[in-house]
Design a binder for this molecule. Structure first.
Ligand SMILES: C[S@@+](CC[C@H](N)C(=O)[O-])C[C@H]1O[C@@H](n2cnc3c(N)ncnc32)[C@H](O)[C@@H]1O
Length: 275
């Protein structure tokens, strides 16, 4: 478990993991270092402490990783991705912030238990950290994970082999839009759909699932990276931030659903069908 910082100097260390608060903290640390105006130093320190402290607080007070989540998390962080890329085993070098972290893992586990979900669809699996967060809940029967990289499937399978999750996690390789079509043709239904793959296709995934019957009657969506580091905010818009903002706006105006954008880590939206 992450321990709470005991003094403000411990708050100086900020590692970017994709959250807007961490970006803010990094900016504030730079301003603090350059600041020559003692009149605002205390206020700057307060803002910096708040920005870093809230993230640390959420880390420290959210339930820790289960052992298997921790293993996949550590193994993924320690993998020599540059070498795997040179060997041609992966088609890109995954950035550090690609994987869900410990508080988001707790969030996924809590939502899974709250909804009493049995079947989960994950679009964008990576090494399976979030897939495990879903699969550990006792009620969950299957987590179907879509990804394009065979190495990620091998990576996860090695780690779930021999555990009680081995039979719960199914990996479907191929572009997610094609896999969704196959799942639809097979008449599959899901209680939670977690969208966390290529951001430019978020809207396509959402529309396809809403219109294809892949969502069960009580089914919900969870959407990762709803903030895209804060660049969804008008005025800070740019690149994929604008794409995700358009997606968030589309859902906000979709009368079939209700959406709440939860400010955990890089933002996770919960979308439920109106009853
Ligand atoms: C942000 S990562 C997923 C992280 C994972 N959910 C976790 O928390 O550990 C996005 C994943 O989407 C996959 N991906 C990207 N484009 C895709 C596509 N068109 N179809 C299926 N998977 C795709 C990538 O290979 C990558 O593993």
């Amino acid at each position: 478990m992450t321990t709470l910082p005991k003094n403000p100097s411990e708050l100086e260390e900020v590692e970017y993991t994709g959250s807007p608060l961490e970006r803010m903290a990094a900016c504030l640390a730079e301003i603090l270092a350059d600041n020559k105006n003692p009149a605002i130093t205390d206020k700057l320190k307060y803002c910096h402490t708040l920005a870093v402290g809230i993230e640390k607080y959420v880390d420290a007070l959210s339930t820790p990783h289960t052992p298997l989540e921790e293993k996949v998390f550590q193994d993924t962080a320690n993998e020599d991705w540059a070498t795997r890329f040179k060997e041609g085993l992966v088609s890109f070098i995954p950035p550090k912030a690609m994987m869900t972290d410990q508080p988001e893992a707790a969030f996924l586990r809590v939502i899974t238990q709250l909804t009493r979900a049995e079947r989960i669809l994950e679009i964008g699996m990576f090494t399976g950290h979030s897939a495990i967060s879903f699969a550990v809940s006792k009620l969950v029967k299957e987590v179907v994970c879509l990804d394009v990289e065979p190495f990620f499937e091998t990576f996860l399978k090695k780690r779930v082999q021999g555990t009680e999750l081995e039979k719960k996690v199914t990996v479907v390789l191929g572009p997610a839009m094609e896999s969704l079509q196959d799942l639809k043709n097979k008449g599959q239904k899901f209680d939670i759909v977690f969208i966390d793959a290529d951001k430019t296709n978020y809207l396509n995934y959402y529309k396809t699932i809403m219109d294809s019957g892949l969502l069960s009657e009580r089914g919900i969506f969870l959407i990762d990276n709803a903030f895209w580091g804060g660049s969804v905010i008008p005025g800070l818009n740019g690149g994929l931030g604008s794409t995700i903002h358009e997606f968030n706006e589309f859902v906000a105006q979709d009368n079939r659903v209700e959406q709440v954008v939860v400010p955990i880590r890089d933002g996770v939206s919960i979308i439920v069908q109106k009853q």
